[in-house]
Design a protein around this ligand. Structure first.
Ligand SMILES: [Zn+2]
Length: 245
């Protein structure tokens, strides 16, 4: 947890904030000049983004706990949030732990829509509030779509992996999802180069490194399975027939 500060604890889940978040917040605020009549609204906008990401991560953490897994930390950093979830090694438990995050964004769509309709009726009196809710509504939908991209380790990629786990098993599903993640990450890296975008590049690096880690974990699982099989083979051979060391 280097470089983070403790924010608060809710339902046994400790929330940390990475220091770089402040740098990006300051940068983002300078990018929003002229959108609102006062910069304080740009601050509210950034805090709303933070709130949405936090709710999304709590969706993961609470669903993971519900399915019998462990989840006690959430770290927020400029690329979003990470809920450290460890669901039981069953496809159903993994699917629910991952799907619950984007589901929070789905549930927020009608809530924000109602807020937007109410604010639009008072748009003349408080135009800043209307613009704020309009942006927050769009940010929520953008986050939902982005998270559902089937590129491992994004939520969509992990949902794909959990769905493949049912017919193909734990290892094969992870191998396929990791390869899709590598292809998606490489595509994003190319896009980052073409647009010369630092953030896209950082995101591509993150996706690529996690997809490689997923592939390596799948390899470790293959070895573990092989060792298990060898052990079972030995235990089925009667003691007298085992080669002496
Ligand atoms: Zn998520």
């Amino acid at each position: 947890m280097g470089g983070t500060i403790r924010l608060f604890k809710f339902s046994g889940i400790q929330v940390y904030l990475h220091f770089s978040w402040f740098l990006v917040a300051a940068y983002q605020l300078t990018q929003r000049t002229g959108v609102y009549s006062s910069q304080i609204w740009a601050g509210y906008e950034y805090l709303s983004l933070f709130g949405i990401v936090l709710l999304h991560e709590f969706g993961h953490a609470l669903a993971c706990r519900q399915s019998g897994g462990t989840a006690d930390q959430i770290v927020l950093w400029p690329l979003g949030g990470i809920a450290f979830v460890n669901p039981p090694r069953r496809p159903g438990a993994v699917l629910w732990s991952i799907a619950a995050g984007p589901l929070v964004n789905v549930l927020l769509v009608p809530v924000l829509y109602v807020a937007l309709s109410l604010a639009s009726q008072r748009a003349n009196e408080s135009p800043d509030l209307y613009v704020l809710i309009w942006y927050v509504f769009r940010i929520n939908i953008a986050l939902l779509i982005f998270n559902l991209l089937p590129v491992y380790p994004l939520d969509g990629g992990q949902i794909l992996r959990a769905l493949l786990w049912f017919p193909l098993g734990e290892i094969r599903s992870l191998q396929i999802a990791s390869v899709v993640g590598l292809i998606g990450g490489a595509g994003l890296a190319l896009l980052a180069l073409m647009q010369w975008s630092f953030w896209l590049g950082l995101l591509a690096a993150f996706i690529l490194s996690r997809a490689i880690a997923g592939w390596q974990y799948a390899k470790a699982l293959v070895k573990e399975e092989e060792a298990d099989r060898q052990a079972r083979l030995v235990s089925t051979v009667p003691e007298s027939e085992r080669p002496s060391p």
